[in-house]
Design a protein. Structure first.
Length: 354
C-alpha cells in the first residue's frame, strides 16, 4: 500500500487551480471584448504587463522556496530539440491545406525525427529535461494523455467558435466575449465538482464521464447554423462542454501526479502543464486546417459548413482522452482512519457516485 502524505492537499490545490483557471478564462472573455473594440487588439497583450509585475512582486513574499537534493543543470539540448519538433509539427498541420502531400509528409517526418533525437538526448543527459523513467507509470501516461486531450479540445473548440461567431455571424468582439464566457464559467463549477468526486470514485471514472459530457456538448456545436439562436444551441453546447472540461481537467491533473515520488513532483507537474499547452497549440492548428480544407466559398453558410466539420474533429481529440483513461489504475483514494493521509487501495467494489 502506497501512502501520499500530501494527497488531500494536492487534490484541493488542483481543484483550486482548476477554479482559478476558469475564473481567469471568464475574466479574459469579458475584458478582452471591450478592450479589442475600444483600444484595439494589440492592447490584449499590454494587459498582461501589470499582471506580470504584480506576480513578480508578490511571488517572493507568498511563495515558499522548494528545492530537491543536489544541483540540476539546464538541459539546453533537450529544450531545443523538443521545441523544434513541436514547431515543425504545428507548421506542418497549419500549412497542410495549402501544401502538397509530399511537403506535408516531409515536414511530419522531420518532426518525428526531431522527437526521436529528443529522446536520445534525454537518455544521455545527466540532468534531463524530462526523465524518461517517469513514463514507466501507466497512470502518469494516462493522466497526461487526458490532459493533452483537454488541451486539444478546449483550445480547438474555442477557436472554431470564435471563427463561427465573428466571421460567419459577424458578432462584435464585445458580444463574442459575453457569449463565450459561459464556457469558462461552467468550467469553474465543473472543477469544483470534479475535485470532490475524484476523492470518492477516483480520477479514472471522473475523467471518463467528463469526456463523454464534453462530447455531448461538442455534438450540439456541430449542429450550429447561420440561423441558430445563441440560446438554441451554442449556450448549451458551451455550458455542457465547459462542465466536462472543468471536472475532467482536474481528474487528469491528479492522475498525472498521483504515482510520482517527491523528487520528481516538480518535473511531473511541469510535464502535465506542458501537455495542456502543447495540446492547445496542436488543437488550434488541426481545427484551423480542417475548417480551411472543408470550406468552399466565402459566404456565411460556406464558413459555417467548414466550422461544423472542425467541431466534429474535437470528437477525435476527446477519444484520445478516453484512451488515456484505460491506462489509469483501477484504484480509489480513501482517507485512512489512523492518519490524515490518502491511501491508494485496490477498488474491488466501488460505490457508484456517477
Amino acid at each position: 500500500m502506497t501512502t501520499f502524505p500530501s494527497g488531500p492537499d494536492r487534490n484541493k490545490a488542483l481543484g483550486i487551480w482548476g477554479a482559478t483557471s476558469g475564473v481567469g478564462g471568464t475574466a479574459g472573455s469579458l475584458i478582452g471584448g471591450p478592450v479589442t473594440d475600444g483600444l484595439g487588439w494589440q492592447w490584449i497583450f499590454f494587459i498582461n504587463v501589470p499582471v506580470c509585475i504584480l506576480v513578480a512582486v508578490l511571488a517572493p513574499v507568498l511563495l515558499l522556496d522548494s528545492r530537491g537534493p543536489g544541483r540540476r543543470g539546464f538541459d539546453l539540448a533537450g529544450a531545443v530539440t523538443v521545441t523544434a519538433a513541436l514547431i515543425v509539427l504545428v507548421y506542418a498541420v497549419i500549412e497542410a491545406p495549402q501544401s502538397s502531400v509530399t511537403r506535408t509528409v516531409l515536414l511530419t517526418l522531420l518532426s518525428v525525427a526531431l522527437f526521436g533525437l529528443f529522446v536520445l538526448v534525454e537518455k544521455r543527459s545527466a540532468a534531463p529535461l524530462v526523465p524518461l523513467r517517469l513514463f514507466h507509470s501507466r497512470t502518469l501516461v494516462g493522466g497526461n494523455l487526458i490532459t493533452v486531450a483537454w488541451g486539444l479540445s478546449a483550445f480547438g473548440l474555442n477557436f472554431v467558435y470564435t471563427q463561427y461567431a465573428q466571421l460567419a455571424l459577424g458578432v462584435s468582439a464585445i458580444r463574442y466575449g459575453l457569449m463565450s464566457a459561459v464556457l469558462a464559467a461552467a468550467a469553474v463549477g465543473g472543477s469544483m465538482v470534479g475535485q470532490h468526486l475524484v476523492t470518492r470514485v477516483g480520477p479514472r471514472r471522473v475523467a471518463f464521464v467528463s469526456l463523454l459530457i464534453a462530447a455531448a456538448g461538442t455534438t450540439l456545436m456541430t449542429r450550429l447554423s447561420v440561423d441558430s439562436g445563441y440560446f438554441e444551441l451554442a449556450f448549451w453546447g458551451l455550458t455542457i462542454f465547459g462542465a466536462g472540461l472543468g471536472a475532467g481537467a482536474v481528474a487528469g491533473s491528479i492522475a498525472s501526479l498521483r504515482d510520482v515520488a517527491g523528487p520528481d513532483s516538480g518535473v511531473a507537474s511541469g510535464l502535465q502543464n506542458a501537455s495542456f499547452q502543447i495540446g492547445g497549440a496542436i488543437g488550434v492548428a488541426v481545427v484551423s486546417a480542417v475548417a480551411t480544407g472543408s470550406t468552399s466559398g466565402s459566404t456565411p453558410s460556406a464558413l459555417v459548413r467548414g466550422d461544423r466539420v472542425a467541431f466534429a474533429a474535437v470528437w477525435i481529440f476527446l477519444a484520445i482522452g478516453l484512451a488515456g483513461c484505460l491506462l489509469i489504475k483501477r484504484s480509489l483514494e480513501v482517507r485512512s482512519p489512523e492518519s490524515g493521509h490518502i491511501n491508494v487501495v485496490a477498488a474491488t467494489s466501488v460505490r457508484r457516485h456517477l
